[in-house]
Design a protein around this ligand. Structure first.
Ligand SMILES: Cc1cc2nc3c(=O)[nH]c(=O)nc-3n(C[C@H](O)[C@H](O)[C@H](O)COP(=O)(O)O)c2cc1C
Length: 200
């Protein structure tokens, strides 16, 4: 697929068909994510990959905001995804990397960082997953783990405390009755409104 088509066709998919995802296809999604840029080439990310129905069910049990008893439309759709990938950021990997001689931030002072590059990089990897999914004919959706369910999520999957999910990526073949987000009614902001050429 042409790159521009991949970008333009990408949209979040929140309901999936029962067609399973070939492990080789999922591997390509993950391999491409490893080509994301990272500050100091730290690559301080980790991806928790859940492609077994039991694991996916455990994911939803541990993260669903109001439990699974009376799932709303969003949850009913999202739980049809055969695969969930959780990209996690690892701040210490960046503090360690930038304490090396070529960077020299031996004080490991977080105030030096203009923004949390550990989260930025994991987010860039997630975007590559979303784009690769489109290129492979798959659908995907980026969504968050509710803050109050973070401990349950970590406990359910043995995730060390220093790793933080920047979000989650559901992956699968799009279902027939996917519902688009009401947020889209906001419309896409035009380039003249967003871009400041030469000065603000
Ligand atoms: C950081 C981030 C968090 C998001 N969280 C959610 C979420 O929790 N649930 C959801 O359904 N969509 C979530 N989205 C998807 C947005 O709603 C979606 O990208 C936006 O409405 C534009 O639609 P499109 O991506 O289909 O073009 C999130 C997107 C981003 C980038």
């Amino acid at each position: 697929m042409e790159f521009t088509d991949v970008v333009r066709r990408r949209r979040m998919i929140r309901r999936y068909s029962s067609r399973p995802v070939d492990p080789a296809v999922l591997d390509r999604v993950l391999q491409n994510a490893l080509h994301a840029p990272s500050a100091g080439f730290s690559q301080g990310w980790a991806f928790l990959v859940l492609d077994d129905p039991e694991d996916v069910a455990r994911f939803w049990r541990s993260t669903a905001e109001d439990g699974l008893e009376a799932p709303d439309g969003w949850l009913q759709g999202m739980t049809t995804a055969p695969v969930v990938v959780v990209p996690l950021s690892h701040k210490d990997a960046y503090l360690d990397r930038y304490a090396e001689p070529d960077k020299g931030w031996t004080d490991r002072d977080e105030a030096r960082w203009p923004v949390p590059y550990w989260d930025v990089d994991a987010g860039m990897a997630a975007l590559l997953m979303l784009l690769t999914a489109v290129d492979e004919g798959l659908g995907a959706c980026f969504f968050g783990v509710p803050g109050e369910r973070l401990d349950d999520f970590r406990a359910a999957f043995g995730v060390p405390g220093e790793y933080r999910p920047v979000g989650c990526v559901s992956v699968g073949y799009p279902g027939d009755d996917d519902r688009r987000s009401p947020s889209l009614r906001r419309g896409r902001r035009p380039v003249e409104e967003v871009v400041h050429r030469g000065s603000w």
